[in-house]
Design a protein. Structure first.
Length: 184
């Protein structure tokens, strides 16, 4: 049986526009945050990401695994950002020195890992039941159990139970993430 991701990838490879939209929605936010690590201009980063997705669409038939597609997107955004930095540097005619660390491969890998971890956590939190997700997100904003209970008009025990269930769910579903990070 094919997984959803493999089925989605096959549709994408065959030119299905809905699967392209799904891919765009899935990766735009993390690529945007990733691009902003190189360039602070929101419009420029958005343009770079859109151009990267165009390149992915043009090469869609060559992607047999989502990991390869994701790696291509990150590399394309990174290279386009570096090209933009070079362009800005030339245009400014030696007005400032580009920070050499952003061209470093370690910086690139660190940021890819950071954004992928963020995406995985966000996706896992989205899988929580709605009430548990809402309570968990409010607690992450610093609200106390009593404040959450009052805001949602539920008992404190319900808040505690939902937070405990959310924590257990996240721990179980993200356990492989910690193993991966250990080896990285």
């Amino acid at each position: 049986m094919k997984t959803f991701d493999q089925t989605f990838l096959n549709l994408f490879r065959n030119g299905n526009q809905d699967s392209f939209k799904h891919l765009y929605d899935k990766y735009f936010d993390v690529l945007f945050l990733f691009g902003q690590k190189y360039i602070s201009g929101q419009d420029i980063v958005e343009d770079i990401i859109q151009e990267s997705f165009i390149k992915v669409w043009e090469k869609r038939a060559t992607f047999y695994h989502e990991a390869a597609l994701r790696a291509f997107l990150y590399k394309t955004v990174r290279n386009s950002c570096l090209n933009q930095i070079e362009h800005q540097k030339v245009r400014k005619s030696y007005e400032g020195q580009v920070n050499k660390t952003i061209c470093d491969e370690d910086y690139f890998l660190h940021n890819v890992i950071e954004e992928e971890v963020s995406r995985m956590i966000k996706d896992t939190v989205q899988k929580l039941p709605e009430s548990a997700r809402l309570i968990y997100l409010l607690s992450l904003k610093g609200l106390k159990n009593a404040e959450i209970a009052e805001d949602l008009d539920i008992s404190i025990n319900t808040v505690k139970t939902q937070k405990q269930r959310a924590g257990k769910f996240l721990k179980e579903n993200l356990k492989n993430l910690f193993t991966i990070l250990y080896f990285v």
